[in-house]
Ligand binder design. Sequence first.
Ligand code: PLP
Length: 471
Amino acid sequence: MSNIFRNIPSVNELLESEPLKQLAARANRTVVVGGVREFLDKMRKEVTAAAAEVPTPGELAQRIAEWIDQTEQPALRPAINATGILLHTGLGRSPLAPAARAAVDSISTGYASVEIDLPSGKRSQRMDVVARTLRQLTDCEACAVVNNNAGATLIVLAAVAAGKEVIVSRGQLVEIGGSFRLPEVMQYGNVRLREVGTTNKTRAADYEQAIGEETAALLRVHPSNYVIRGFTESASLEDLVALGHKHDLPVIDDIGSGALWDFSRYGIDDEPMVKDSLKQGADLVLFSGDKLLGGPQCGIILGRKMWIDRVRRHPLARALRVDKMTLAALHATLKLYLDPEQAEQQIPLLRLLATPIENLRHRAEHLAPQLAATSSISAAEVVDDTAYLGGGSVPTQALPTVCIALTPAFGSVDHLASRLRDAVPAVMGRVKRERLLIDLRTVFAEQDGDILAALTSLGGNESPAEPSPGE
Ligand SMILES: *Cc1c(COP(=O)(O)O)cnc(C)c1O
C-alpha cells in the first residue's frame, strides 16, 4: 500500500505541471493549492478502499485541473428552462423584467432611500415604497410586503389570531411545494386550526356552526396545486365575508398566485384576481410576488388598514423583512402593470404565456433539423405536448405547447439530459418516453441559438467522463 502512495506526486510537483500552472494563472493560486490537496486526500482514501491504481503524474495533473475547474463553477448559474413548467421553483420561478433588473442595478451598488422619506428627511417604512402603486392597481386600503407568501401566511395568522382559533375548510388544508403545509404554518403562528366540512364539500353553514368564543378569523386558501372533481361545494368568498362581518371576524384570503388581471386570456381559468378578492370584501388578501405577478420572490399582503397595521407592528415583520433589491424589483414590475401592453411585452412570464402556439411551432420546425444535425442527436421530432404553470400553481391547468423531442445518438436519455445541464448556460429539458423534450413554451426565442450551441458543444461519441473524487 505505501508503495502505491509513493507513486503520488507531491503538491509542489503537481503545481509545477502545465495544466495546474495554467489554471493557477487563470484562477486563484490559493484555490488551486487547496483543490490539489482536497483531490489528493480523496484519492488516497479511494486508493486505500478500492486498492485502485494511481494514475500517471501527467494524467493526475490533468484530472485535478478539470476537477478544480468544475467544482469552482458557481453552483448558482443561468439556466434555460425547457421543462415546460413556467413557474419552476427549482429554476427560480419568474424571471425578472428588464425594468426590474435596471431598478435593482441602480439601487443596489450604492446607498438608497430604503427607509427615508426624502421630502421630509424623516424615517419611513420600507414597505411604503410600493404602497402607492399597489393602491393604483388594486384599490387596496393598505399593504405589507414580506419575504414570501409562506411568510405572509405566518405573520398574518400570528398578528390576527395568535392564541385563538382560525376556521378553515378541510378541503383547503393544502401542502404546497413539499414544505409549506398549512396546518404546520398555523402551529408556528400559535394559531389553533378549526377544520370544518369534508374534503369535497364545505358550506357556509359549516363555518357558522364552528364560530365560537375562541374564533379569531375565517381563512380561505386557494387550492393552487390540485382540484377536487365530482360532487364538490365550497363556500363563496362573499358568503364568508357576510358571515365574518356578522360575527365581527376578519376574513383572510390566501389566493396564492396573485393574478393582477384575468389570466383566462392565456387559457388559465379559475385563478382568483387580487382586485376581485378585495372587492368581495376580504379583509386580508395574500399572494406571492414571483408567481403570476412575474416579479421577485416576496409575499404581498393587502387589505384593511387596521389589520395591516397589526401585521406591520408584529415582531415577525422584522424577521420576514424584504431587502432593498426586492423592493426595487417589485416596484418596477408593478409599475409595468399600469400599462397592460407594456406589461405583456416586458414581463417575461406574460411574454411566455402570450406567445401564440403557431410561433412555437414555427421556431420548433426551424430548430429541430439543426439539432438533429449535431453529432450527439440521432433524431429531433416536433411534437405537440402540454406545459404547466407549476410553482405550486395550477398543475391541473394544461397549456398547449410545442416541443422538440430529442433521441440521443449514443448513451441514455438521462445521460444526454445530464450533459445538457452541464452546459453554460445549463439547459433543462424534460424526459418523456426515452426522449428529451425541449419545451419551447418556457424558452425565450432569443435562447434557441443557445440550445443549438449547447448541443453542438457536446460533440460526438466520447466515453462519459470518468467519475472523479467528490462525486
Ligand atoms: C404558492 C403558495 C403559497 C406559498 O407561497 P411562497 O411564495 O412559495 O412562499 C401559499 N399559499 C398558496 C395558496 C400558494 O399557492
